[in-house]
Design a protein around this ligand. Structure first.
Ligand code: ATP
Length: 748
């Protein structure tokens, strides 16, 4: 026995705790109308998780709770507990006994527990589905519901059959998977929209990072160029400094030499200027000499005169001696001739410069006059005193002239000596002067050269300062590593060979690069990089999540497909078996004929508007019915023996009951549930059919425990245990074990 017992407390009319044991494979519950028998069947539904109030004849949970009577106060809750034997693992849990309990409170709250531990409703469903106890309740046939399976539509019928086949578990899984899939898709779109939200920011940050990276490359480039430039510049400066230092040496040396020479030359020049004293001496000598000369001329003239007078006197004396006569006459023409001739001599003398020539001319005149006189007849007396006087005077003058001449020659010698001395001194001074000029010219040229060099040095100094500034600036921009420029590899010979223009070109390049870099820069790159990293990580995380979600959606879809396939396979196999059993039970029930189930595809139609009456009143045609998904349903076709009845709706009440019983039994045979409850399913049967029914029940009870609520004597006779339900004036259902005869009595 798998079903052990059922306990009710406060459930509907069972105000007090009531327990039913199911020790037999067939248990019958009997009792008068309204005593509460159906409440027992509903207690089964309730405890197995039924959610439809309608199928428990209530509107709300509260309706299931003992509502009280004059004698017994109402209960706060209704509870039902069902206990199964689990030794042969009917349920997939590790207990020998499984108790399932459900309690509903007046506020409508339901509690479920398995073996005393609270669980969720779906846990109950899963647990039951595995034990072939479906929630659709095909194993609980309520009163008047015997032909429920016949009156149900094709789709509901399919559900019942699936439930009977134990396929509900696949449906749960499928529904769950679909739900999960929906949730997953929702998540996907949520995550996608999250990702979409950050995309523009990420793009922006990516651009920033790109900029930063470009700036980094530019800075690298700048650094390389800087190192190269600085190395070149330092080489150039060092070289230029050395060269300038060397270039200065020679002119400086020359300049010091020229300085010395100039000093020397100036000294010479100064000393040559001192010879001015000699000039003065020459002048005074010249004056002295000219004095001596005019004295000499005067003396010479006087001497000449004296000599003339002397000769004239001598001639007179001589003539006086010779003629003895004084006053001899001389023809005029002779005197005039002498005069003319003398005049000629004087004229010549006056024109003559040379003294000796003049003297000669004078002496010629003397001779002329002496000869003229000699031709004249002799003079009277001879007076010799004048002559002597003249002769003394001549001697005196002649002596003075001699001394004058001597001093003249002395002075002349001195003059000439001075003159040549002066000339020599002047020559020397002029040379010195020329030398000074030359040296000064040279000095000017050298100073020019030197000042050029100094200018170059000043320029170099400025370049050195520029260089230092460039290094400092570069260090700010690039960092300490810029100081490595000293170790940069550069072809030194090439550096010293190339034109300065090339280096300037490099410097301009550097400046341009710096400006570009500055344009790029701005903002803390570290922050941007960090933010980019974070946003990127977030984006990648979201992308990964989308991937994961898509993967799980895919595997859910796959699972759903697999479930569909499995469902279809099992359904088809189950349907085949049910059909066989249905046919068999049907033939037993009707003593022939045939019956079968077939799968039909229905297009479920649903109305968009339900207010068709209003539409009709208003003359508006009903809205087009929408076509929905095609659905598989189950159709039943019957073929009664000796009757031409095919449609279910043409069956009599009894025939319907027999058909539905045959179908219910067929269903339960394929996948036998642990128990089957039939609430007055036999109500419409006549005696003969009741017997057939009883036979089948006994047959069924080999596979499932049966709980039969019945008024049927035949049915009661088949039961191992009989419970009688009674209700007194307190409205409380009471349960008691009864004997067959008692049961027959109670049932009436
Ligand atoms: P029949 O043989 O005519 O089918 P039955 O034995 O199956 O009758 P039930 O339909 O099970 O009888 O019982 C109905 C009884 O239970 C009614 O008397 C009804 O008043 C009582 N009942 C139903 N719900 C409650 C409730 N919540 N509190 C008290 N009594 C209730």
């Amino acid at each position: 026995m798998q079903l052990k017992s059922l306990e009710l407390f406060g459930f509907k009319s069972f105000a007090k705790k009531t327990s039913l044991d199911f020790a037999s494979s067939i248990t019958a519950i009997v009792g008068p109308n309204g005593s509460g028998k159906s409440n027992v069947a509903e207690a089964f539904r309730f405890v197995l998780g039924e959610q439809s109030m309608k199928s428990m004849r209530g509107r709300r949970g509260e309706d299931l709770i003992w509502n009280g009577s004059k004698a017994v106060p109402r209960a706060g809750r209704a509870g039902v507990k069902i206990i199964f034997d689990n030794k042969n693992k009917l349920f997939n849990i590790d207990f020998d006994e499984v108790s399932i309990e459900r309690v509903v409170h007046r506020d409508g709250i339901n509690e479920y527990s398995v073996n005393g531990s609270q669980v969720r409703l779906r846990d109950i469903f899963e647990l039951l589905a595995k034990a072939n106890i479906g929630a659709s309740g095909h194993h609980i046939i309520s009163q008047g519901e015997a032909d429920r399976i016949l009156s149900a539509n094709a789709r509901e019928r399919r559900e019942m059959i699936e439930d009977a086949l134990g396929l509900k578990i696949y449906h749960y899984k499928r529904d769950e998977s679909i739900k999960k899939l929906g949730k997953t898709r929702e998540n996907i779109s949520h995550v996608e929209s999250l990702r979409k939200e950050i995309t523009p920011h990420l793009r922006f940050l990516e651009k920033q990072v790109e900029k930063i990276e470009k700036a980094k490359t530019m800075r690298e480039d700048l650094k390389e160029r800087y190192l190269d430039y600085l190395k070149r510049e330092s080489l150039y400066l060092a070289h230029a400094k050395k060269e300038l230092g060397a270039a200065r040496k020679e002119p400086e040396h020359e300049l010091s030499r020229i300085g010395k020479e100039l000093e020397h030359a100036k000294k010479i020049l100064a000393s040559s200027r001192e010879s001015d004293g000699r000039g003065k001496e020459i002048i005074s000598l010249e004056e002295e000499l000219s004095g001596v000369r005019s004295r000499k001329e005067k003396l010479t003239r006087e001497l000449g005169q004296i000599e003339g007078e002397l000769r004239a006197e001598e001639r007179r004396i001589k003539a006086a001696k010779a003629a003895g006569e004084e006053g001899a006459t001389v023809p005029l023409k002779d005197v005039r001739a002498v005069y003319e001739e003398a005049k000629e001599y004087f004229k010549k003398a006056a024109a003559e410069q040379d003294l000796s020539a003049i003297k000669k001319l004078i002496s010629s005149v003397q001779d002329l006059l002496s000869s003229f006189l000699a031709r004249r007849p002799g003079s009277a007396t001879l007076d010799e005193s004048v002559l002597q006087e003249l002769q003394a005077k001549h001697t005196e003058i002649d002596a003075e002239l001699g001394s004058v001449r001597k001093s003249e020659s002395t002075l002349t010698a001195r003059y000439h000596a001075l003159e040549s001395e002066l000339e020599a001194a002047q020559t020397k001074g002029r040379d010195a002067e020329r030398k000074v000029f030359e040296l000064m010219n040279e000095e000017t040229v050298l100073r020019g050269t030197l000042s050029g060099l100094l200018q170059q040095e000043a320029l170099l100094l400025r370049e050195e300062e520029d260089f230092k500034r460039e290094v400092a600036e570069g260090a700010i921009l690039i960092g300490r590593e810029l100081m490595e420029y000293a170790h940069t590899n550069v072809d030194e010979a090439q550096v010293l060979q190339e034109e300065r223009k090339a280096q300037e070109e490099r410097r301009r390049g550097l400046e341009k690069l710096k400006i570009r870099l500055e344009e790029f820069g701005g903002g803390s790159s570290e922050e941007v990089l960090k933010e980019h990293r974070e946003v990127k990580e977030r984006d990648e995380f979201l992308a990964k999540e989308i991937l994961d979600l898509n993967q799980s959606a895919e595997s859910l879809e796959q699972l759903i497909d697999e479930l569909d396939v499995e469902l279809k396979r099992q359904f088809e196999a189950g349907m085949k078996k049910i059909n066989e059993e249905f046919e068999r039970f049907f033939r037993v029930m009707f003593g022939g004929g045939s019956a079968s189930l077939s799968v039909v595809v229905e297009r479920r139609r649903k109305r968009a508007s339900s207010d068709s009456e209003l539409e009709m009143l208003q003359g508006v045609p009903a809205e087009e019915e929408e076509e929905a998904e095609p659905e598989e349903g189950i159709e039943i076709s019957v073929n009664l023996p000796h009757k031409r009845i095919k449609g279910l709706e043409m069956l009599s009440g009894g025939e319907r009951a027999l058909t539905s019983i045959a179908l219910i039994f067929a269903m339960s045979q394929v996948n036998p549930p642990p128990f089957l409850i039939l609430d007055e399913t036999d109500a419409a049967l006549d005696e003969a059919n009741s017997r057939r029914y009883g036979d089948m029940i006994e047959n069924l009870s080999k596979k499932s425990q049966l709980i039969l609520i019945t008024h049927n004597r035949e049915t009661m006779s088949r039961a191992g245990i009989l419970y009688g339900v009674t209700m007194g004036s307190d409205g409380v259902s009471k349960l008691l074990s009864v004997k067959f005869e008692e049961a027959v009595a109670v049932a009436k």
